[in-house]
Design a protein around this ligand. Structure first.
Ligand SMILES: Nc1ncnc2c1ncn2[C@@H]1O[C@H](COP(=O)(O)OP(=O)(O)O)[C@@H](O)[C@H]1O
Ligand SMILES: [Mg+2]
Length: 489
């Protein structure tokens, strides 16, 4: 393709030069010929005038003398009387020649001055340049004829020289044109190779030469196109990955929910059938089996309740009533609510009060759920004799609440996934303790709805601290955007 462009360019330039050469030849030849004839006419007229002087005033010049003159002048000489009669001719017999009165050069010469004409001789049939001047005050005229073939030979010589020198001048033009054509076709080749890369989907490819020429601008445009395509593809890939991730999370969730529901349901079904099949009448088993059935029913109820809460909060269907509350009042309510369970588990529950005037703007129901979920976890995962503290600290426009325990702690590798739905460090232990694995997920969404952030610190062994922030007033609540950490899962 680029080879063809090269050939076309070269052929185009060659045709142009050829045309120029033909034009130059045509005009230069004409100009040279005209010029030559003009000069020669002048010269022949001068010679004619000098010969006229030497002829003197004789009526009929001597034929011998005229022939010698013709030899010296290098042409044919004719002397003609004013009435057109040829008096003497250097090459023909004057007596046999027709009347020359109407010959254009003689008409002009007898009118005074000099006359000239180019035509074929009627006498000897060869083309001549005729130049005539009057002799002896216009009694007669002397005419010198110069063969046109000689003139043409001279002109051809000049023409040859012009053609050769013009052709020589065109050589560098052809060379420059070839170099230009090569340059253009090479750049075309580079750009086409690049376009091929783009067509094959390699949007990383870039053209290096982006100067201000048309090629440079084309390269620049192609680079920008590649850049745009690269970005669009990256964006689409990113969106695709996000969608895949969401789809995976959705599938996982469905699988997890089914799994979580199946175990207690299977247990209920199994024990109910055993009871119907006769165990109901057996006092050794009936109460125990009914106890198991109740336990599993409670588990199902907790699970469905947590799932409903989670879906309400996640889909932002939960209505919140944001009002100003004293931080200590919120802590105290939760403290009182959890105290019996903590005491039952032989845990020390400590209330770390914030400065008395510390307020937060929140939905008290939601905060109560956050605190109770965190405290429930702290109680569940802290062995008897441990200590659990709940409190708050003012931090500018936010107040940070915390629940700290001296429990089993959480391994560092589990921390990043802790807030995912159904994620549990020890599944069996969580189930045994009545956990659903949804508590922290609910907490994270409730905190996010308040524009708050969550933080976990934990050591194994040593204990964990779960902390979350709440805004001090409505303005902060309105300004914030959802914490991105909580929007993905
Ligand atoms: N205070 C804590 N100490 C140790 N582990 C905890 C604590 N709080 C949460 N965890 C871990 O995080 C997991 C998820 O908690 P959560 O979502 O409340 O589920 P659940 O309590 O129902 O198991 C728990 O299973 C437990 O492994
Ligand atoms: Mg929990």
């Amino acid at each position: 393709m680029t080879g063809r462009i090269f050939l076309k360019l070269i052929a185009g330039v060659f045709c142009l030069l050829l045309l120029a050469l033909v034009t130059v030849d045509y005009f230069a030849t004409n100009v040279a010929k005209d010029n030559y004839i003009q000069n020669l006419t002048g010269q022949l007229a001068d010679k004619g005038r000098m010969l006229a002087l030497s002829l003197g005033a004789e009526e009929t010049p001597d034929a011998q003398q005229v022939r010698r003159m013709a030899q010296a002048a290098g042409g044919r000489i004719t002397v003609i009387h004013a009435d057109g009669k040829v008096l003497v001719d250097s090459e023909a017999d004057a007596a046999g020649m027709e009347n020359h009165r109407t010959r254009p050069e003689l008409v002009q010469a007898f009118r005074g001055g000099m006359g000239s004409d180019v035509r074929q001789s009627a006498t000897i049939g060869v083309s001549f340049l005729y130049v005539a001047v009057p002799v002896a005050g216009g009694q007669s005229a002397i005419r010198i004829a110069f063969p046109l073939a000689e003139i043409n030979r001279q002109v051809s010589r000049i023409r040859g020289k012009i053609l050769v020198s013009t052709a020589l001048a065109f050589l560098p033009a052809i060379l420059i044109a070839a170099m230009l054509a090569r340059f253009i076709s090479r750049r075309f080749a580079t750009i086409m190779a690049h376009a091929g890369e783009l067509a094959r989907g390699n949007f990383r490819a870039r053209l290096a030469e982006t100067d201000s020429s048309e090629f440079g601008q084309l390269a620049q445009t192609l680079n920008e196109t590649a850049e745009n395509l690269q970005q669009t593809v990256a964006q689409l890939q990113h969106e695709h990955a996000e969608l895949e991730k969401l789809e995976r999370i959705r599938k996982d969730f469905v699988i997890n929910v089914s799994h979580e529901l199946r175990t207690p349901l299977a247990s209920i079904q199994g024990y109910t059938e055993t009871l119907i099949d006769g165990a109901l009448a057996d006092p050794a088993y009936n109460m125990r089996f009914l106890g198991i059935i109740r336990h599993n029913a409670e588990r199902l109820a907790r699970l469905t309740e947590d799932l409903l809460t989670l879906s309400r909060v996640e889909q932002k269907r939960q209505k919140f009533e944001f009002e100003t509350h004293l931080a200590n009042a919120l802590i105290h309510d939760a403290f009182e609510m959890m105290r019996p369970i903590a005491e039952k588990n032989r845990l020390e529950l400590i209330e770390e009060r914030a400065p008395e005037d510390t307020v937060v703007c929140c939905d008290s129901e939601a905060v109560s759920q956050i605190l109770s979920n965190l405290m429930e976890n702290a109680i569940k995962y802290t062995p008897a004799g441990g200590r659990i503290s709940v409190g708050a600290l003012a931090q500018g426009a936010m107040v940070e609440f915390f629940v700290r325990d001296t429990g089993i702690g959480i391994p560092e590798e589990d921390l990043p996934r802790l807030f995912e739905r159904f994620y549990r460090v020890d599944k069996a232990r969580s189930r045994e303790l009545g956990g659903t694995g949804l508590g922290l997920s609910i907490v994270k969404h409730l905190v996010a709805a308040h524009q708050g952030v969550m933080r976990v610190e934990s050591r194994v062994p040593g204990g964990s601290t779960f902390a979350f922030t709440l805004p001090v007033n409505h303005a902060t609540l309105g300004q914030g955007t959802l914490n991105p950490e909580f929007t993905a899962s």
